[in-house]
Design a protein around this ligand. Sequence first.
Ligand SMILES: Cc1cc2nc3c(=O)[nH]c(=O)nc-3n(C[C@H](O)[C@H](O)[C@H](O)COP(=O)(O)O)c2cc1C
Ligand code: SF4
Length: 678
Amino acid sequence: MSSDPLLQPYKLKHLTLRNRIIVTSHEPAYPEDGMPKERYLAYTVERAKGGVAMTMTAGSAAVSKDSPPVFNNLLAYKDEIVPWIRQMTDAVHEEGAAIMIQLTHLGRRTRWDKGDWLPVLAPSHHREAAHRAFPKKIEDWDIERIIKDFADAAERMKAGGMDGVELEAYGHLIDQFVSPLTNELDGPYGGSLDNRMRFCMDVFKAIRSRVGDDFILGVRYTADERLPGGTGMSEGIEISKRLKQSGLIDYLNVIRGHIDTDAGLTDVIPIQGMANAPHLDFAGEIRAATNFPTFHAAKIPDVATARHAIASGKVDMIGMTRAHMTDPHIVRKIIEKREDEIRPCVGANYCLDRIYQGGAAYCIHNAATGRELTMPHIVAKADSRKKVVIVGAGPAGLEAARVAGERGHEVVVFEAASDPGGQIRLTALSPRRKEMMSIIDWRMAQCEKHGVTIRFNAWAEAETIEAENPDVVIVATGGVAHTDVLSKGNEFVVSSWDIISGDAKPGTNVLIFDDAGDHAALQAAEFLAGAGAKVEIMTPDRSFSPEVMAMNLVPYMRSLQKLDVTFTVTYRLESVEKNGNQLIANVGSDYGGISKQRVVDQVVINHGTIPLDDIYFELKPKSTNHGEISQDELIAGQPQSVVRNAQGQFQLFRIGDAVSARNTHAAIYDALRLAKDI
Ligand SMILES: Cc1cc2nc3c(=O)[nH]c(=O)nc-3n(C[C@H](O)[C@H](O)[C@H](O)COP(=O)(O)O)c2cc1C
Ligand code: SF4
């Protein structure tokens, strides 16, 4: 038996967990009609197959109708969920993993204009900044109803074969009762700590009396809100002890912080550029104070940190949740001593930020996550070996090379630069984004493993490629910054990439015109303001940086507000004129009737990229398919069969930003779904 602390079994009451790594509850927003159907099942089972000890499915399934999901969560208040749950638990158990589900009432952390349009409720009228609803103050009959709803939902989960349920307390209704900041009730549920914890205890009692003892019951709660007037650490320890002493639950899942604002949420679930394992020691203190089974997750992205968490005795089970979205087979790779092959979570938070915008969770660099029904995590070998030539070693080109290599093809990549990475290499120049380079480093290591040849400093001409005698050519040459967008004065501007790369010297009084709304504008602003410039970011949109999204925006704002960068929304830069050493920026508005000027010494444009596609158009007439991709075959997961020129020498495909400016995930998905069928 292995001596690896991570691989030791753990006895949680009657349940034996096969190792110490769990996936904590997270809602990827894959339900269909509020039910965990085939897609949800495939996603969950993939992680069980990968060896995780326990998968805690569903980010907080809703127990009541007046807790409507703000993103696509499971509806645990419906009886029809039981067979769907049963299908999932049977499949997970068959793979040797345990499975639990999280239940919640969101309280004020939702909206009244969702679901059945019922009033949102909470133990006070204070609204939550993130979801904006002004709550009704909860009444006695609401409390009775919701306690029963929790018990009913837990009973459904037991009937569905779950090993247990976890109550999502932090930020949701249960902790809204516990926190003095959100509880303004009189009577038995307000005031003293005993009273504020009464709702939580009543819910536990009701559930326990329904499900009996042979069912795991746990709670995920904040033991330190880190807010003035909120539950502080000493009260958090007292709460933890009382939870244990209740004898009603089997473990604690410890959170530190608050989630009522984007900034608070980001400190609870840190993103790239923020410290790893920031609350692990705190979780260890709770465990030491309670001597009770303690679980925890918060940016434990790598196996070494997870091993430390267990070996040091800080926690009993360690969550590697986003890490499993990036690589569902972590435990298998640990067991097979292939840790170096684990696809790393780079903390990009594309997954989480997407669900808060109403989308499904996708991993920035694993396009198979959430698409298990159509995309492979392990690529199958091809029936026959082909010669595949790829132009460009950015994320799209390297993903195509990795996948084609894994298929067993002979793969040659031409890259004009001296290093791989394309736009990712540029984005990783910002210290907060340097983890992004792991997207490239992991692919380079995989390409090496699969015998891919990469030629750097190699500008591929049509003849160079033809000389390779390829069966398939994939053009993944990316794009170049697009600044030619003004009616006049385009020659006076620089691009955000010029600033980030250091190709353009920072000005002192700078206007950034950003209508792409992605990271590059904020990165450029940070470089400029950090170098001492006065910076204004202007966008014609209603809000700035829409593509950066909520949690990714937090570290930028913490930095840019201190540097006094200003943001102007709903104005459009129309033209630029030179006036001596200065530039005059002429500003209008899509709403009309406005004409203003700014006098600056540098104008930076952030308007995405235009495709670098010369090589593609040179090769097009020589190919069998004239570059055409059958969308039907692509979507159906079939090999490409278009023939437009029977005399052609090879199939030709174009992917990523070489087609049109999109993002890293889109580039990688383009590559995976094409190359898996070559
Ligand atoms: C897409 C997504 C959805 C999540 N939803 C929930 C949720 O509903 N309830 C919850 O307690 N935590 C939720 N989380 C937080 C995770 O359980 C975990 O605490 C967090 O991702 C930090 O752990 P990690 O760094 O290992 O990913 C979610 C995380 C992700 C990525
Ligand atoms: S999107 Fe980023 S944070 Fe989310 S799982 Fe993927 S790599 Fe990790």
